[in-house]
Design a protein around this ligand. Structure first.
Ligand code: ADQ
Length: 463
């Protein structure tokens, strides 16, 4: 069995198997443990100069190899290009896209740095699996160094339609670099279509119906690999989490009231202000919910050093203040707003207790919170998921109440419908979504990607 080499901006901590490790980290770790392998990434540290070699830590048959970044590299690569250019672009927020040549050059520089520090660790038959928008050019950089291994890429965020993608200066080079991968995986068929139509419109290459692509000399494969969760583990977490001290305290503090839950990184792609406005509209238009329903939004601070994120934070704080000021009573605050991370078990317990899961991103590659909310429900009395049509998860979770997150009144209606839905309908919807989550898990996602990557090797050798 070939070794697996995973590259992602951040790696899991070698010793962290604990309560905070997310489903993706656990699944990649399991995949690495099966074949033995390397997990390569940024250490999270800033150093005065580039390190000659990565720091190596071993845990069982997995090697964790990490490098620090210099301050200019970190700022150009991570802050400016990855998070200031690509993140808003891929989430259709052209007004927020910043671009500078120096940031792009820094992005390429760090990709070459990663390639040069990774290459000496590679064995000839290793399968390399690169994750996310930080590393569009990594395969090209590895090829420059003579690396001939199979290299796959998975984009966790959306690939925008060509009309949007072409607003990026030097988009052609970015996508040509992407074509240096042997397998390019996206979250949904929409993303695959965006890739195919970009290649065609810009005359870069073409995608065939069987999922193979050609771009100049390069040949590869492209496909949709919708990411899942560790469904059974999350079911069990919710079953035990519901009697955890934190969940019991939450239940007690709510009294007889029901609650709506939102859990997101504090990011402008998640549509939190629109959601707040929808809750305000609900309380305005349906007075029966006043005093009877609380909306709890958990939103740990993310990328807090970036100006747009600070502005978003102020905006949300304004909404919370207005809604609580307008509708609050001495014994009821309509909105509870928390900038904290919670242990996964508590989160699972909170989800199980919540009558409605409100997951309304303006754009999202997949959105695992939607899947976790469903998996956490009590089969005898499941809550209702209200889900944005612009989350990748809406392709699979069709029995959710699907909403347009830009339509505040529609969202308010959906929350009302969720709060008043009869048990039989809630169960029917939940059963179908649960069957889907049991079939497509994070483990099956991992396996299908790696099998396809290994399979494309056989294809090439046979050719
Ligand atoms: P994210 O944008 O981070 O991921 P998401 O898919 O929802 O979004 O994953 C967030 C994860 O963090 C979930 O597992 C959630 O439970 C956890 N989390 C959030 N808030 C938390 C809190 N307060 N405490 C503890 N845990 C918390 C990117 C893409 C998504 C894509 C994923 C995976 O933007 O579209 O689904 O990668 O591919």
């Amino acid at each position: 069995m070939a070794r697996l080499v995973v590259v992602s901006n951040r790696t899991a901590a070698p010793r962290d198997r604990g309560a905070r490790a997310g489903g993706l980290a656990v699944a990649l770790r399991e995949a690495l443990a099966r074949s033995g392998g390397v997990w390569f990434g940024w250490s999270g540290d800033i150093a005065a100069e580039d390190p000659p070699a990565p720091r190596i830590q071993e845990a069982g048959n997995i090697v964790f190899a990490t490098i620090p970044l210099t301050r200019p590299d970190h700022d150009d690569f991570y802050l400016h290009y990855a998070n200031g250019t690509l993140w808003p672009l891929c989430h259709y927020r052209l007004g927020l896209v910043e671009f500078s040549r120096s940031a792009y050059e820094g992005y390429l520089r760090v990709n070459h740095l990663f390639a040069s520090r990774l290459a000496p660790l590679l064995r000839p038959d290793d399968l390399i699996w690169v994750h996310d928008y930080h590393f569009f050019p990594l395969a090209a950089a590895l090829r420059d160094l003579g690396v001939k291994n199979r290299i796959g890429f998975f984009l966790h965020i959306p690939l925008p339609a060509p009309e949007v993608l072409t607003a990026l200066p030097r988009h052609r080079r970015l996508i040509q670099d992407l074509c240096c991968y042997d397998l390019v995986g996206f979250q949904t068929e929409d993303d695959v279509r965006a890739f195919a139509s970009y290649l065609e419109r810009e005359d870069v290459g073409r995608v065939d119906p069987d999922g193979s692509f050609a771009a100049g000399e390069r040949r590869g494969e492209v496909g949709a690999f919708p990411i899942g969760i560790d469904t059974q583990a999350f079911v069990e977490l919710a079953e035990t989490g519901v009697s955890s001290p934190q969940t019991l305290r939450l239940r007690e503090s709510m009294g007889s009231r029901r609650f709506v839950i939102g859990v997101d990184r504090l990011d402008y792609s998640k549509g939190i202000p629109q959601r707040m406005e929808a809750f305000q509209t609900l309380l305005e238009s349906r007075p029966e919910h006043r005093g009877a329903v609380t909306y709890m939004q958990i939103a740990p601070i993310s990328r807090g050093e970036v100006e747009e994120y600070q502005a978003l934070r102020r905006d949300i704080e304004g909404w919370v203040g207005r809604i609580n000021g307008q509708f609050g009573e001495f014994d009821w605050s309509p909105v509870r707003y928390l900038n904290k991370a919670f242990p996964r078990q508590s989160l699972a317990g909170f989800f199980r207790e919540a009558a409605v899961g409100l997951v309304t991103p303006l754009r999202d590659g997949m959105n695992l919170v939607a899947k976790e909310y469903v998996a956490a429900q009590n089969p005898d009395d499941p809550g209702v998921l209200v889900l944005s049509r612009f989350a990748g998860a809406s392709h699979a979770l069709r029995q959710a109440l699907i909403v347009n997150p830009f339509d505040v009144e529609e969202m308010a209606d959906a929350v009302h419908m969720a709060l008043t839905m009869p048990l039989a309908e809630r169960q029917a919807r939940w059963n179908k979504m649960m069957a889907e989550l049991r079939e497509h898990t994070i483990q099956s996602w991992c396996e299908s990607f790696v099998t396809r990557l290994a399979g494309s090797e056989d294809g090439r050798q046979a050719a």
